[in-house]
Design a protein around this ligand. Structure first.
Ligand code: NAP
Length: 259
């Protein structure tokens, strides 16, 4: 009896959501929140063991490297075979590292773009095959405040995240008359493994202590604290709902204030 009441109130009951980079950090919080609302969730990442550690009756893990087009196409087909047509696509996989442009090698640039931008392009294109058939979908990319303003010392990351905002906005125009919406969320510093790695990187580059490097990131958020992964996930869940269908082509800041 309790189960059937829960089913009726689950706002994403039976929908297939794919969360790219869903085994850790922000992606994992999103995957868990969507699954709690009844979605069948596929999470991806490069490491199958990382994914296996967080799977459940509603979350399956399929390993893939978003930089590899053939791999993405094959694994998304596999996800559709298992969980049905994709209706919610969250391209979240990303890497972040600051580097002065004059020290940036082509290899570093290509790897950042391949992960943060090419990966989203492949994933969205393949997921749209499903959404166009059902004429309903939600694509929510995970950009950054660096997608809205220049991030000092991180030109490559900034360019990749601006690219993501542009891709999302353009697609919202292309699909304006359909049931598919495209939005992007732009978090400030969120408490995840990626930010913890950044503490080391900032401290190495600037000579700051690790404590001061963390303080620097915290003070960049307008509310002077790290954002929690659940705060980002809650915004994504809201955008996935039926009643959010008029929110389209938006870049939503989650940084405790205006950037
Ligand atoms: P995270 O825990 O390191 O998440 C990144 C995810 O991307 C991991 O699950 C990682 O899995 C996956 N990934 C990386 N390279 C990949 C590749 N080549 N192929 C497939 N998957 C790959 O860090 P996070 O903070 O949650 O970051 C998630 C997203 O939020 C990123 O796009 C990041 O730019 C963005 N963001 C984060 C913050 C922040 O402060 N944390 C702020 C703004 C925006 P594997 O390593 O196992 O492949």
């Amino acid at each position: 009896m309790q189960l059937s009441i829960k089913k009726q109130t689950q706002i994403l009951y039976g929908k297939h959501a794919i969360v790219i980079g869903g085994g850790t950090g922000i992606g994992l919080a999103i995957a868990q929140m969507l699954a709690d609302e009844g979605a069948l969730v596929t999470i991806t990442g490069r490491n199958q063991d990382t994914l296996n550690a967080v799977t459940s009756d509603r979350i399956i893990g399929i390993a893939m490297d978003v930089r590899n087009e053939t791999h993405v196409c094959r694994q998304i087909k596999e996800a559709v075979n298992i969980n049905g047509p994709i209706q919610i696509c969250i391209p979240n996989a990303g890497i972040a590292e600051g580097k002065a442009l004059y020290k940036t090698t082509t290899e570093f640039w290509r790897n950042m773009m391949a992960t943060n931008l090419d990966g989203a392009f492949y994933t969205i294109r393949e997921s749209l095959n499903s959404m166009r058939k059902t004429n309903w979908g939600r694509v929510i990319t995970i950009s950054s405040i660096a997608g809205l303003k220049g991030q000092k010392g991180a030109a490559c990351y900034t360019a990749s995240k601006h690219g993501l905002v542009g891709l999302t906005r353009a697609l919202s125009e292309d699909f304006i008359d359909t049931g598919i919406t495209f939005n992007t969320v732009c978090p400030g510093y969120v408490d995840t493994p990626l930010v913890r790695q950044n503490i080391d990187s900032i401290s190495k580059r600037s000579g700051l202590s690790k404590k001061n490097a963390l303080e620097l990131m915290i003070s960049a958020n307008r509310n002077k604290r790290l954002i929690s992964t659940k705060e980002v996930a809650a915004t994504v869940l809201w955008l996935c709902q039926y009643n959010s269908s008029s929110i389209n082509g938006q870049a939503i800041e989650i940084s405790g204030g205006q950037v």
